[in-house]
Design a protein around this ligand. Structure first.
Ligand code: FES
Ligand SMILES: [Fe+2]
Length: 349
């Protein structure tokens, strides 16, 4: 596990969590960044360290003209990172009084930041338009958690969903997930691991959204990794032998932001696909359970395992970095190759 791809869009936070007038600090691929909204709502991302006395700029204030004023001695920076006001003495602005500005884009209810120096094309943001198209009532709470582990361990976890049978005890998947027909495909810088499970017992979460009687279903789970660290899981159930359109499911968004070598912020939400017309109280119950069950699984089952795994890898070093490979590892091997190629390209740039 090495460095991070810098020339890529990373999720900084959910749009709704960036309130006007409240700068926030985020660390993304090792860069400390302050993000704020100008009074017209435009998001801005700047280097977080004031060049005067190194105060973190997130402790400053957003001025009416859209500048960010350092909270310590009042230097003001515009959206390009240039210092535009020095309230002291004759107001001379030293040439070195500037901070780096990072490309930022608001899309799919998320604030994205590009930490690299290369051209930041918003067209490279993964297509998460399922969020934009969904009825807002069918999108779960936009959640997040921080894990003390390298981002690659979290990607490994998500791309190999066979773990749901062992780690999540029948709620998100079951024995059928392990014995599923598996297909790994790659398209440019994306890798998909598709599982097809005909005529199986429905995992608890899917039964709750479908027939609610534990009768057998055809079940699919197709998770796609978009380089470098966003994953979308298209999963659902339908009646045995029926089309997917007759069933129901979710698009699980798993958006990972590497903070540093040992920390990853995980943004997640579920968007229901083809929700069935249940009475309102059932619909509300489904949404609440989706939110609770997923959060519980990620924080009390995935996170402790991944963090403990990181501890073992740190302890055993290179020995642990050469894992025994199983058939289920096709997707993880493939995505690491893509990541390696992207890192190599940046190293040669
Ligand atoms: S530390 Fe920012 S103005 Fe002094
Ligand atoms: Fe999991």
């Amino acid at each position: 596990m090495g460095k991070f791809v810098q020339n890529a869009w990373y999720v900084a936070l959910w749009s709704a969590h960036l309130e006007p007038g409240k700068p926030v600090e985020r660390e993304i691929t090792g860069h400390s960044i302050v993000i704020f909204r100008q009074p017209d709502g435009t998001p801005v991302a700047l280097e977080n360290r004031c060049p005067h006395r190194s105060a973190p700029l997130y402790m400053g204030k957003v001025c009416a003209n859209g500048n960010l004023q350092c909270g310590y001695h009042g230097l003001q920076f515009d959206a390009s990172g240039a210092c535009v006001l020095n309230p002291h003495g004759k107001g001379v602005i030293p040439v070195t009084a500037r901070v780096r500005s990072f490309p930022v884009c608001e899309r799919h209810s998320l604030i994205w930041v590009w930490p690299g120096d290369g051209p930041a094309d918003p067209g490279l943001i993964p297509d998460l338009s399922v969020v934009d198209r969904a009825d807002p009532r069918d999108v779960t709470y936009r959640d997040m958690l921080a894990m003390d582990a390298n981002c690659e361990l979290v990607i490994d976890n998500l791309l190999d969903l066979s773990h749901v049978a062992f780690l999540h005890g029948g709620v998100l998947g079951n024995d059928s997930t392990v014995s599923a027909q598996l297909k790994v495909t790659q398209q440019d810088d994306s890798v998909t691991v598709a599982r097809w499970m005909p005529s199986v017992q429905p995992p608890g979460l899917f039964d709750m959204m479908f027939r609610r009687d534990a009768s057998p279903v055809d079940h699919w789970a197709e998770i796609t990794w978009h380089a470098p660290s966003c994953l979308v899981n298209n999963s659902g159930v339908t009646g045995v032998g029926q089309s997917r359109a007759q069933g129901t499911g979710i698009f699980g968004l798993h958006l990972l932001t590497p903070v540093n070598e040992r920390k990853t912020v995980y943004h997640f939400a579920a968007v229901r696909q083809n929700p069935l017309p249940f009475p309102e109280e059932v619909r509300l119950d489904i949404m609440e359970k989706l939110k609770q069950l997923r959060r519980k699984a990620f924080t009390t089952e995935d996170e402790p395992m991944i963090v403990a795994q990181q501890r073992m890898i740190d302890r055993y070093g290179p020995e642990a970095a050469r894992p025994v490979l199983l058939e289920v590892d096709g997707g993880t091997v493939r995505y690491r190759r893509v990541l390696e190629r992207l890192l190599q390209r940046e190293a040669n740039f």
